[in-house]
Design a protein around this ligand. Structure first.
Ligand code: PEP
Ligand code: MG
Length: 317
């Protein structure tokens, strides 16, 4: 059934009024990228670079990194590829970067924070991304995971500039980043909402624990409110920066409508979800998506928000 859905997907997220929402893919390396391109993705919204090097005891060389990144770029021709710098830690340990004995890895030295404990690794990675980008046609954007403050965003942007990378961005996946989105987006060119971690940290519920699944739900009104705040900050006077979503929330067709209604401009997901999301997006106008976002925000719980929006969408009711 999935194969059938993939083969009929025409590659675009177009609302009923013609408003375009580029649908991008989350990939973990070259093989994934080739499949995602074949499935119609309009680019890569999240390259999880740590997936290229899982289990490695030592830092990959710049040459090894260039080869991995270039394979992804080449799969997408001149399209956009958003490369996320190593998000080591918590659910994605990398022995050469993270300390397995930390008592609370999700709250520990994770993602961008490893630049303080392992200086040099991030700068070398940025240099590898720049080299791979020079040898390809792709429009390369770079973003850092686990950014918590405007100062971190500014430091990351400076490192990108030093490496010759002109489109620096951040993931908004820590509640402080959502709350400070206006100041953070003042430092960088774009943001991408990581709803998996944003939900985990907003609800203080470990994303890997089954018993906490009800809390760990991106439909939680508190999470939707933080997404709304992030977009508001991105549109504040003098900012006008794009905000995408690259967490699992983007792959839930009803939630995808709500995200677009909240002002998110691109959605990135695993390639197998693209067709189902495109199918629902084309049933609503941008104005209707905005109304459904308001409806969800007004609900008291994740369950009632989801039910209310699905009921209002003819193809999902
Ligand atoms: C997220 O946190 O939503 C995200 C996309 O990143 P990851 O799942 O890799 O932590
Ligand atoms: Mg994350």
């Amino acid at each position: 059934k999935n194969a059938e859905a993939l083969s009929v997907f025409d590659g675009n997220g177009v609302l009923a009024d013609g408003h375009l929402v580029p649908l991008l893919a989350n990939v973990g390396g070259g093989k994934d990228a080739v499949k995602a391109a074949a499935a119609g993705a309009q680019g890569v919204g999240l390259l999880r670079t740590e997936f290229c090097f899982l289990g490695r005891e030592t830092e990959p060389t710049i040459e090894e990194q260039v080869t991995e990144y270039k394979a992804v770029f080449d799969a997408f021709g001149s399209k956009k590829v958003v490369v996320r710098t190593l998000d080591a830690g918590a659910d994605k340990p990398l022995p050469f970067l993270t300390d397995a004995s930390e008592p609370n890895p999700a709250l520990g030295v994770r993602g961008y924070r490893t630049d303080t404990t392992s200086p040099g690794v991030l700068a070398r990675q940025l240099s590898a991304i720049a080299t791979a980008s020079e040898g390809s046609e792709a429009e390369v954007w770079v973003m850092a995971p686990m950014i918590s403050t405007p100062a971190e965003a500014g430091d990351f942007a400076a490192m990108c500039a030093e490496a010759g990378l002109s489109t620096p961005g951040v993931m908004v996946e820590v509640p402080s980043a959502a709350v400070s989105s206006e100041a953070i987006l003042g430092q960088v060119s774009f943001a991408s909402l990581g709803t998996n971690d944003l939900t985990q940290y907003t609800m203080a519920a470990d994303r890997q624990l089954g018993p906490l699944a009800a809390l760990n739900n991106p439909w939680q009104p508190a999470v939707l409110r933080l997404i709304q705040l992030t977009v508001e900050g991105s549109l504040a006077e003098g900012n006008n920066k794009p905000v995408g979503v690259c967490g699992e929330a983007a792959a839930d067709p009803a939630l995808a409508v709500v995200l677009v209604g909240l002002g998110v401009s691109t959605l990135s997901m695993s390639a197998r979800s693209l067709a189902a999301v495109a199918a629902v997006l084309k049933t609503v106008t941008l104005q209707r998506a905005g109304e459904l976002a308001k409806l969800a925000l007004a609900e008291p719980s994740a369950e009632s928000a989801r039910a209310a929006v699905r009921e209002a969408l003819p193809t999902l009711a």
